[in-house]
Design a protein around this ligand. Structure first.
Ligand SMILES: [Zn+2]
Length: 501
């Protein structure tokens, strides 16, 4: 009898504990996104792409002032203005103009027809180096909110850029007015041609897009509904993401697999025979980075093939890979690199204009780490050897041509003299730097530091000093000299090679 009573009490206790942890988990513990989505700015966009490739949109921004100070105005990037004919700073260079505009130069723009704040017509002006910032006069106290309502139309250029249409695909990247990043002041950098010249805080999104019926639609966030009449309409929602991108394709085929709790899709072109393989690589990358850096908190990740002038481009929950890539190994690397950005850029943000090395070098080195563990292409050793050899040739050639070589990794994107210099300093030297760091602190501690960096700055914006501090604390090494030498490029070429070969 006593035994029976004990078991009854024990079983009841266990049941209560299980129920409590399930309820607690559902509402609090298991929802890092819900937690992260509190006190963020929210965007609600209702947009329609017409058959002339013009997007007509109504957008409400429920702005939350997280700057810690009273702001006198709110600044929004109008990246689409960089595509207008009279723009002084173009988002492409003379070198990549031909691949950007296969059918000849084409222009785009955004025209704002209405701006209200808290229900009243607002005072606004265009500012910034290239008149591509919408400055709205509105005082907002710390932790205060303001509701901004915009009506606008975006004309898409016929091109293979982040925003444009070409040959059956439509890229809607950096297409809508987005609040500038605030750090002591609004950061109003224009849309430079080099790197990914963006910085933004995480926000919540609810986006409805209507489009011609020949397309399928893929976007950041979770698909909430889809309707088709003579047009198609898709609604998406996303919590705590840094940006919102959409890709439309009129020739898509999809392979979806699961990785951890995430649905991972690879979207190719009909007739492609590599969609299974690429979906599996994407899932492997998501699992590997989740294990080593921290859980991917979102439900979906889409890797989509599209007309694109670079190898690939990262957006939250959605990455673009270029249809111009013909080599399978190259495509695998691009897929893994862009997925690494879900952590370095997506979860942990940084100012990609002022410190492009922080997310790019990390994403590129994370790609090497992935290939070290997953035997599906080049090995880690081969990747480091290739990077070193390629870096040496670059330094040799540029040194012979110019008599000197810029070796700085810590410049803003617009201070690199060419796309080559940017690529070699940020990506190639970045990989060599992280491999060298691993030599100093060991692989285990390096991974531990990356995990700590992700945990500390997830859903926030970090900077290089924050990263170095985490590495120092985790690895118990005074590595200030290490980073300053590599980042400032003060270690002369010969010593660099002595230390990396
Ligand atoms: Zn990248």
């Amino acid at each position: 009898m006593a035994k029976k009573k004990f078991w009854l009490v024990f079983v009841s206790f266990v049941l209560c504990a299980v129920m409590f942890s399930v309820v607690f988990g559902l509402f609090w513990g298991c929802s890092p996104l819900k937690k992260a989505s509190k006190n963020l700015t929210s965007y609600s966009i209702d947009a329609e792409l017409d058959s002339a490739y013009v997007v007509h949109a109504k957008q409400t921004i429920d702005f939350y002032n997280s700057t810690g100070v009273e702001v006198q105005d709110i600044c929004l990037h109008l990246y689409a203005r960089a595509f207008r004919e009279e723009a002084v700073i173009k988002p492409y260079t003379n070198l990549n103009k031909a691949s950007c505009f296969p059918l000849g130069e084409s222009f785009g723009d955004i025209e704002i027809s209405r701006v209200d704040v808290n229900g009243d017509s607002a005072n606004f002006e265009y500012i910034g180096q290239d008149q591509d910032i919408l400055k709205i006069n509105q005082k907002i106290s710390p932790n205060g909110r303001a509701q901004i309502y915009l009506e606008y139309s975006v004309t898409l250029p016929n091109c293979t850029h982040r925003m444009g249409y070409y040959n059956g695909t439509v890229n809607l990247g950096n297409w809508y007015p987005i609040v500038c990043y605030y750090s002591g002041e609004w950061k109003t950098d224009p849309y430079y041609s080099t790197g990914d010249p963006f910085a933004s805080e995480c926000a919540n999104y609810s986006v409805k897009i209507t489009y011609p019926p020949e397309f399928d639609c893929y976007a950041t966030g979770n698909l909430q509904s889809e309707q088709e009449t003579d047009k198609k309409t898709s609604e998406f929602s996303a919590l705590a993401v840094r940006d919102f991108a959409i890709v439309l394709s009129n020739k898509s085929i999809v392979k979806t697999v699961s990785a951890n709790k995430t649905s991972v899709s690879y979207v190719g072109y009909s007739g492609d025979s590599d969609i299974d393989k690429n979906a599996n690589i994407a899932a492997l990358a998501l699992s590997y980075f989740s294990k080593n850096f921290g859980d991917y908190p979102y439900d979906n990740l889409v890797v989509i093939k599209s007309a694109f002038l670079q190898g690939g481009m990262e957006y939250p929950n959605l990455v673009i890979v270029s249809d111009a890539i013909t080599d399978a190994d190259e495509l695998s690397k691009v897929i893994v690199h862009e997925i690494a950005h879900q952590w370095w850029y997506g979860l942990v943000g940084n100012n990609q204009v002022s410190e492009p090395w922080l997310d790019e070098a990390l994403a590129e080195y994370s790609t090497c780490l992935f290939f070290e563990e997953n035997n599906i292409g080049e090995t880690y050793a081969e990747m480091i050897k290739d990077a070193t050899a390629s870096y040496m040739i670059y330094v040799d050639v540029i040194g012979s041509l110019n008599g000197k070589v810029n070796l700085a990794m810590n410049l803003p994107v617009n201070k690199y003299s060419s796309e080559y210099e940017y690529t070699y300093m940020i990506y190639v030297k970045g990989v060599i730097m992280f491999d060298s760091l691993r030599e100093v602190v060991g692989r285990e501690k390096l991974i531990k530091a990356l995990k700590k960096y992700c945990k500390t700055y997830a859903f926030k914006v970090a900077n290089g000093a924050n990263f170095i501090e985490i590495v120092k604390k985790t690895c118990h090494k005074d590595i200030d000299g290490f980073f300053s030498g590599w980042l400032e490029g003060t270690n002369v070429v010969a010593t660099t090679f002595v230390s990396i070969v």
